[in-house]
Design a protein around this ligand. Structure first.
Ligand SMILES: [Zn+2]
Ligand SMILES: [Zn+2]
Length: 386
């Protein structure tokens, strides 16, 4: 594997950064110590310009190459999760109830490693923007940075992201053109019927019977409304109603999630949930209050930039270790907002046979740091040739 020489040297120092960050997890936008650590490292590397407080607690470092050219953005996320770690590792979280269970500690260490190498070698024309983003885990930190002028302020032409993937061979890469991560939305339905005595159902509008029909009907969105070649998941995950055996409840509450890889299917699901629920309720003399919440868009890889990313990965680990047609994931990723504002691509790097993401036993695999660092460096040098 033609991993950068200096990346192999960087391996031990990046491991130390990664373990430090792992032991000190911070949540959502409250990543002040993490941002301070990153800022200090970027200063140490001689990064030309460091701007903090973008999107509240985001950090951007600008590294100038030799010669003028465009600016390429490389992004890592910084936040951890509200979870009790059980990895038992010596570098396990020092804070109860918080842990880096999604590997953002490793993402930061890889981007820091790349920043150090790029600042040392400057073997490119133009500028590299290393972007450290808060609040990926449900806080829309990527959107906060975009709305804070990230792309215009630093004149970013293309933007790239990377996430580790447990279950894929350590240090291998996987990518695809188009939708790679789903839009993770939520919906809630409140059914308002007419409660009464369970012995006199004819005098009620039974919200449990209505709710059960709605749950059944929602299955037809994937089975009968969406184009079978364009997948969508509609899962009901909560159904609350009633208090005891002899009362037909006045109200019922249903909620769940919609995952889609295509904005048209997403619109369709949103519309059909409302139509099915209100139609069924109306047929039984009840009403429905419907709420649909969009978390982040589909993460859509731009075709040309996907090729650039795959080529850089192939140079690092060889074509046999780069899957260019990986199945998309139905999980969400707020990097989608950055890809809506600039062309770019999001790649997965195998974390090997470890516990899954968001699992309390998960740990980022330090062995893949050098492959990740080398990927970032190759990509930047390719996109900014001298
Ligand atoms: Zn996560
Ligand atoms: Zn993550």
């Amino acid at each position: 594997m033609p991993i950068l020489n200096s990346a192999s040297e960087l391996q031990s120092v990046a491991t130390a950064w990664r373990r430090h960050l792992h032991a000190h997890p911070e949540i959502l936008y409250d990543v002040e110590n993490t941002a301070a650590f990153i800022t200090e490292k970027l200063q140490e590397f001689g990064v030309d310009e460091i701007v903090t407080g973008i999107g509240r607690t985001g950090v951007v470092g600008i590294i100038k190459g030799t010669g003028t050219g465009r600016t390429i953005g490389l992004r890592a996320d910084m936040d951890a999760l509200p979870l009790e770690e059980i990895s038992g590792k010596p570098w396990a979280s020092a804070t109860a109830g918080r842990m880096h269970a999604c590997g953002h500690d490793g993402h930061m260490a890889m981007l820091l490693g790349a920043a150090r190498h790029l600042a040392d070698t400057r073997n490119f024309a133009g500028r590299v923007a290393v972007i450290f983003q808060p609040a990926e885990e449900g806080g829309r930190g990527a959107l906060a940075m975009v709305e804070d002028g990230l792309m215009e302020r630093f004149d970013i032409a293309e933007v790239y992201g990377m996430h580790n993937m447990p279950g894929k061979k350590a240090g291998s890469f996987a990518i695809r053109k188009g939708g790679i991560m789903a839009a993770p939305d939520k919906f809630a339905l409140k059914i308002i019927g007419r409660g009464g005595h369970a012995a006199e159902p004819h005098n009620t509008a039974d919200t449990i019977v209505i709710g059960a029909q709605i749950v059944g009907a929602l299955q037809t969105i994937a089975a009968r409304n969406a184009n079978p070649l364009r997948s969508v998941v509609v899962s009901v995950t909560q159904f609350h109603a009633g208090t005891t055996h002899n009362i037909i409840p006045e109200e019922a509450f249903i909620s769940g999630t919609v995952r889609s890889l295509d904005e048209q299917v997403r619109d369709l699901a949103e519309r059909r949930i409302g139509e099915l629920a209100s139609g069924i309720a109306a047929a039984h003399g009840a009403q429905v209050e419907y709420d649909y919440e969009r978390a982040c868009p589909v993460t859509v890889n731009h075709p040309r930039e996907t090729d650039y990313a795959a080529e850089a990965a192939m140079e690092v680990v060889g074509p046999e270790h780069v899957d260019t047609e990986v199945d998309p994931s139905m999980a969400g990723e707020d990097f989608a907002f950055m890809l809506q504002s600039r062309p770019g691509a999001y790649i997965m790097i195998g974390n090997g046979d470890t516990a899954g993401l968001h699992n309390p036993a998960y740990d980022f695999n330090d062995e893949i740091l050098s492959a990740g660092i080398s990927y970032w460096v190759r990509l930047a040098e390719h996109r900014l040739p001298r």
